[in-house]
Ligand binder design. Structure first.
Ligand SMILES: NC(=O)c1ccc[n+]([C@@H]2O[C@H](COP(=O)([O-])OP(=O)(O)OC[C@H]3O[C@@H](n4cnc5c(N)ncnc54)[C@H](OP(=O)(O)O)[C@@H]3O)[C@@H](O)[C@H]2O)c1
Length: 247
C-alpha cells in the first residue's frame, strides 16, 4: 500500500451479498496558493498519490485549469480573507493534510532606507499571520493524525542570515516559524503534527530562472517528508531533502 495507505482504505467492510468489499476512504488535502509554482506541483503530486485535493487560488486558476482529475476541487481563497477561508473549510468534511504554501517575496530592497514599511507589513500579513488564520479556521476539520505543513524558508533562519537584506521576507518566515512552534504544544494534544519546510531554492516565479531545483524535484522531497512525518517529529524545521535547519 503506497503513501502510508493513502491510496487505499482506512476501513475494510464486509458486504453480506457481495462477500468481502473494500470501503475506500480518500484522504483530503488543502493547499493554499496552488495555481502556480510549488503549490501547483504539490497539487499534482498529491493527486497522483491518491489524495483528494482542495486547491486554492487568489485571482487566477492558472495551471489548475489544465488538471483533469476527479479528486481535484478548486476554490477561490485569498489567505487574508477570513470569510473566503471559512467558506472553503466549511465545504470540506475533514482535512488530513493542510499545506500553508501561499507566500510573497518582498521588494528586494538593498538598504535600510529603501524598506517600504507598508509593503513590509503586507508581506508579514501574507507570509506569517495568514497561515495562522488558515490553520485557526481549519482546526475544526483537522483530526488526530492530521498533518500541517508550513512552507517556510531557509531565509527564516536567524543563524543563516549572513548576507542580510530581504528584510521583510526573512522576518516573515522567522515569524512563521515562531508562530508554528508556539502552536505546537496545543496541536500535540490534538494529535496534529506540524512540519516546517524549506522547499529548497526552486525555479518558480519567486525563485527565478537561476534556481537549481525544479518544482518536480523539490515537491518529490516534500512528499517524502510529509509521508514520514509523525507526531514525534512535530515542529521540525527541515529542507526538502530532510536535512535539519538551524533556527
Ligand atoms: N521558490 C523558492 O525558491 C522558495 C524558497 C523558499 C521558500 N519558498 C516558499 O514556498 C512557497 C511557494 O513559493 P513559490 O516559489 O511557488 O512562489 P510563487 O511561484 O510566487 O507562487 C506563490 C503562490 O502564492 C499565492 N499567493 C500569494 N499571495 C496570496 C494571497 N494573499 N492569498 C492566496 N494566495 C496567495 C500566489 O497566488 P497569485 O498567483 O494570485 O499571486 C501563488 O499561487 C512560498 O511560501 C515561498 O515563500 C519558495
Amino acid at each position: 500500500m503506497d503513501f502510508n495507505g493513502i491510496n487505499c482504505c482506512r476501513t475494510l467492510g464486509l458486504n453480506p451479498y457481495l462477500g468481502m468489499s473494500l470501503v475506500v476512504v480518500m484522504k483530503n488535502a488543502l493547499v493554499t496558493g496552488a495555481n502556480r509554482g510549488i503549490g501547483l506541483e504539490l497539487t499534482k503530486q498529491l493527486l497522483d498519490s491518491g489524495f483528494n485535493v482542495h486547491a486554492t487560488f487568489r485571482t487566477s486558476k492558472g495551471g489548475l485549469e489544465a488538471i483533469n482529475n476527479p479528486g481535484l476541487s478548486i476554490h477561490k481563497m485569498d489567505v487574508r480573507n477570513k470569510e473566503q477561508i471559512k467558506k472553503v473549510i466549511d465545504s470540506i468534511e475533514s482535512i488530513d493534510l493542510l499545506i500553508n504554501n501561499a507566500g510573497v517575496a518582498d521588494g528586494r530592497w538593498q538598504s535600510i532606507s529603501e524598506i517600504d514599511v507598508e509593503h513590509a507589513l503586507e508581506v508579514l500579513n501574507i507570509n506569517s499571520v495568514s497561515p495562522v488564520l488558515v490553520t485557526q479556521q481549519a482546526l475544526t476539520k483537522l483530526t488526530e493524525g492530521s498533518k500541517i505543513v508550513m512552507m517556510s524558508s531557509l531565509m527564516g533562519s536567524i543563524s543563516d542570515c549572513r548576507s542580510g537584506r530581504s528584510y521583510a521576507y526573512r522576518a516573515s518566515k522567522t515569524a512563521l516559524n515562531m508562530f508554528s512552534i508556539a502552536m505546537k504544544n496545543e496541536l500535540d494534544t490534538l494529535g496534529i503534527s506540524l512540519l516546517i519546510m524549506h522547499p529548497g531554492w526552486v525555479e518558480t516565479d519567486m525563485g527565478g530562472p537561476n534556481a537549481p531545483l525544479s518544482t518536480t524535484e523539490s515537491v518529490r522531497g516534500i512528499m517524502e517528508r510529509i509521508e514520514e512525518q509523525n507526531l514525534s517529529m512535530s515542529g521540525r524545521y527541515v529542507e526538502f531533502d530532510g536535512s535539519t535547519i538551524e533556527w
